[in-house]
Design a binder for this molecule. Structure first.
Ligand SMILES: [Cu+2]
Length: 139
């Protein structure tokens, strides 16, 4: 009887352990791998810049573009300035449509298969004024 009780207890301990390992994986795995970053279009002080103008992300992360001050703005990734020098990649990341009113948002999700390296983007109306930014995708 004692033997059965102790092996039962050992068995249930093992089950509990498996349960905790599996459930912690289920809870943490998806959220740990994907972050969302906010980039403001136009600084709080009304400067024609992205804020921040540089950020580092991982494949799967999302950048939320928040139309902030002095619109209209848009987000165009430079086809010549991404690791693959790919027009397609640049186009898929871009949001050419002008955001007219403050508070508007649009998002770019970095594809899971994005090549690591630097991706340059700019705002078409204000590129000449220096509204240019850079995303570094980590490998
Ligand atoms: Cu702009």
């Amino acid at each position: 009887m004692k033997i059965i009780a102790s092996s039962l207890r050992r068995f249930s301990l093992a089950l509990l352990t498996i349960f905790f390992v599996v459930s912690s994986l289920a809870v943490f795995a998806p959220s740990a791998s994907a972050e969302t970053y906010t980039v403001k279009l136009g600084s709080d002080k009304g400067m024609l810049v992205f804020q921040p103008k540089q950020l580092t992300v991982k494949p799967g992360d999302t950048i939320e573009w928040l139309n902030n001050k002095v619109p209209p703005h848009n987000v165009v990734f430079d086809p010549a300035k991404n690791p693959a020098k790919s027009k397609e990649v640049a186009k898929d990341l871009s949001h050419k449509k002008l955001l007219m009113s403050p508070g508007q948002k649009t998002t770019t999700t970095i594809p899971a298969d994005a090549a690591p390296g630097e991706y340059t983007f700019y705002c078409e109306p204000h590129r000449g004024a220096g509204m240019v930014g850079k995303v570094t995708v980590e490998g």
